[in-house]
Design a protein around this ligand. Structure first.
Ligand SMILES: [Zn+2]
Length: 495
């Protein structure tokens, strides 16, 4: 363990490299299907993605549009000119012996995003986002290795941040916020377990403003692992430096079972990939005069971004950040909330209760309805209760006609058959006596039956009021509104 005082002397610097699988119909440079769920090896292959001699690639414009969409959502510049280059290296999962990528003229440059899932996280700068093709997959058996080219040449988006992050929480929040954006814009499912989103972290520490020697950590399969891997690397590097040792520039792997990083490959100078423009693919004029896309059209398709949505929810419904985030992540649930709000506006007798209704709708929706969904392990879409009946139920609470206990009981009954809550309330005798005349009658009866207790109260033992409330509730058969009963008793006793 490192002393916290020593740790404070070091500044960690973190950069992220994130690979994303965009959801396109076809592969990046041929017409094979881009199907991540294909289980039979070497099914989605053709002479182009298998690199037979004499074949020519064509650019998948659907993939290009998705990367531009992401770039615009992340405040990137979209340069007019873009180009694909060859990255040369030999490996069995790479049939061409080069990977088509963008080394010099990527589609997106200089973006930024403030991770909206973490309160107070600072802005993260994005160096570039480029498009490339994926490699095939090696399957190692005890006596041989097999190759599956289904993944070969599937489109891959790579996002590289600037080394501008200084704590693991911000790094994690950036990746998590990015996932929300990708799903919201339907660019990628970005499931880390399925490898649709692969996060690599670069970490270095330094006592001054110069960068230290960085290490790169791979094999990270969850956001939690990314945070832990960064924290581990920071501690490991500080410990080495404190012992007077040097940091080795290397690639390390995260071991999720042991919670440590392990050295995988020492980097001896930069790899020589002999990048050069792919002569088979034309340079692209992305937008502007003679360009392929109209950026304004793509901007229109983007609409409201998740971070903007969060701000709007907080403002419109006076909900705190954490509650707004839940809605940003669950757009179906938010839609249900909005529709319920629309209904309740027509039902409420007093519009001053609107604010209170937002809070109640949120709480019953998140605690009770979502609680039911997770308990029954079903999809939110399978819930039968209509927004109208849900709004009616909330209105019964606002009008004090049911207690919160009663509301929960009714909700449980109507959640899957969508009955009218008012009818269910009456059928089950759950209506509170909120009519003050009826309730006053009962209160007066209780007071006359319990003269001794009344005298005790008047002598200063105010706690006995609980006994009187209990008696009244019992007489009202549990259907009395406790707050109202207390008020009436106090008024009578203080006359
Ligand atoms: Zn193909």
């Amino acid at each position: 363990m490192i002393n916290e005082e020593i740790k404070k002397q070091y500044i960690p610097t973190i950069g992220l490299e994130i690979h994303l699988e965009p959801k396109t119909k076809n592969k990046m440079f041929c017409n094979c299907l881009n199907n991540p769920d294909e289980t039979i090896p070497n099914t989605n292959v053709c002479p182009i993605c298998l690199a037979h001699p004499g074949v020519l690639p064509t650019i998948n414009l659907e993939a290009v549009k998705l990367i531009i969409k992401l770039g615009l959502a992340l405040n990137c510049e979209i340069p007019v000119k873009a180009r694909f280059d060859r990255k040369n290296y030999f490996y069995p999962d790479l049939p061409k012996a080069y990977q088509i990528t963008q080394a010099f003229f990527p589609f997106c440059l200089n973006g930024k995003m403030t991770p909206f899932l973490e309160e107070g996280a600072g802005e993260v700068l994005i160096r570039e986002i480029h498009l490339e093709e994926d490699t095939g997959r090696l399957v190692h058996l005890p006596d041989k290795t097999l190759i599956d080219y289904n993944r070969a040449s599937r489109p891959l988006i790579e996002l590289v941040t600037k080394a501008c992050i200084h704590d693991s929480k911000t790094a994690r929040a950036f990746a998590e916020s990015l996932q929300v954006i990708l799903r919201d814009l339907n660019i990628s499912d970005a499931d880390m377990e399925k490898g649709q989103m692969r996060v690599e972290v670069n970490v270095s520490v330094s006592k001054d403003d110069k960068w230290g020697t960085k290490t790169e950590v791979k094999n990270i399969n969850s956001f939690r692992a990314a945070e832990k891997a960064i924290d581990y690397e920071i501690d490991r590097q500080i410990e080495l430096l404190e012992k007077g040792e040097k940091i080795v520039q290397e690639t390390r792997g995260w071991d999720d079972s042991k919670n440590i990083t392990i050295s995988q490959r020492i980097k001896e100078g930069a790899d020589d990939y002999r990048y050069f423009p792919d002569p088979d693919l034309p340079e692209m004029i992305v937008h502007g005069a003679g360009g392929i896309f109209d950026l304004n059209d793509i901007k229109k398709e983007i609409g409201e971004l998740p971070n903007e949505k969060k701000e709007r929810i907080m403002k419109e419904y006076s909900l705190p950040s954490i509650k707004a985030i839940l809605f940003v992540i669950n757009s179906e649930v938010f839609e249900y909330f909005q529709k319920t709000v629309f209904e309740i506006k027509n039902i409420l007798k007093d519009s001053n209760n609107l604010q209170k209704s937002f809070e109640l709708i949120y709480n019953y929706l998140v605690t009770d309805i979502l609680g039911y969904v997770s308990l029954k392990n079903i999809n939110f879409k399978e819930i039968k209760i209509s927004v109208l009946n849900f709004a009616k139920l909330i209105n019964l609470i606002i009008e004090n006609r049911i207690s919160s206990r009663g509301a929960k009981m009714i909700l449980e009954k109507i959640i899957q058959d969508d009955n009218d809550p008012e009818i269910v309330m009456k059928e089950n005798g759950l209506e509170q006596v909120s009519n003050s005349e009826d309730l006053l009658k009962i209160v007066l009866e209780v007071l006359s039956e319990n003269e001794k207790t009344v005298l005790e109260y008047k002598a200063g033992k105010v706690s006995v009021i609980q006994f009187l409330i209990g008696k009244t509730m019992a007489k009202a058969k549990g259907a009395g509104n406790p707050g109202m009963i207390k008020e009436l008793i106090e008024r009578e006793l203080n006359k």
